[in-house]
Ligand binder design. Sequence first.
Ligand SMILES: O=C(O)CCC(=O)C(=O)O
Ligand SMILES: [Fe+2]
Length: 203
Amino acid sequence: MSGLLNGIRHLPGYLDRTRQEALVEVIRAVVAEAPLYVPAMPGTGKPMSVRMTNCGPLGWVTDKERGYRYQPTHPATGGPWPEMPKLLLDIWNDVSGYEKPPEACLVNFYSDDARMGLHQDKDEQDLEAPVVSISLGNSCLFRVGGLNRNDRTLSFKLASGDLVVLGGEGRLCFHGVDRIYPATSTLLKNGGRINLTLRRVRP
Ligand SMILES: O=C(O)CCC(=O)C(=O)O
Ligand SMILES: [Fe+2]
């Protein structure tokens, strides 16, 4: 897409409906084992509007006291994160161009009024690996900028089944979700949007 840093790719319609449904089933099983929880911003403890869980050996978490980090256990249950599903490994192998497998899949659940402020994904030690992001359910307005918070941004819609790959020069670009468009997909019967981000954490 023109105007974006090299290495940022939007793959519209990457997953057909059948694979989207299969992925929702897989995520339901993950959530049954590792329930969605409300993450809190470092320092202020302000709750995020997105609910989260993870699968894979590591999970991204945040709370008031200890801030953004990866850890091998669920902050509420204390148990290990569920295994990374094969379907997600297949997607990573197809689009990442990276030899090592992803270690974390962050599951973000957006209700129709949730959003995510502009940020960089920079809690990973391995910045050679891209971030692979999968959208399911209602469409959203995704915003992408440059390497500085004040750089000009571009916005585009992400629909169910779309992929975004943040790699190369664009690995540390600022990005966020401005809004969800209610009733734009029939995939999730109670509405909302699921975003899955696959990440390699350790080199
Ligand atoms: O929901 C999205 O599309 C983006 C999520 C994201 O940026 C993140 O989890 O770091
Ligand atoms: Fe992000």
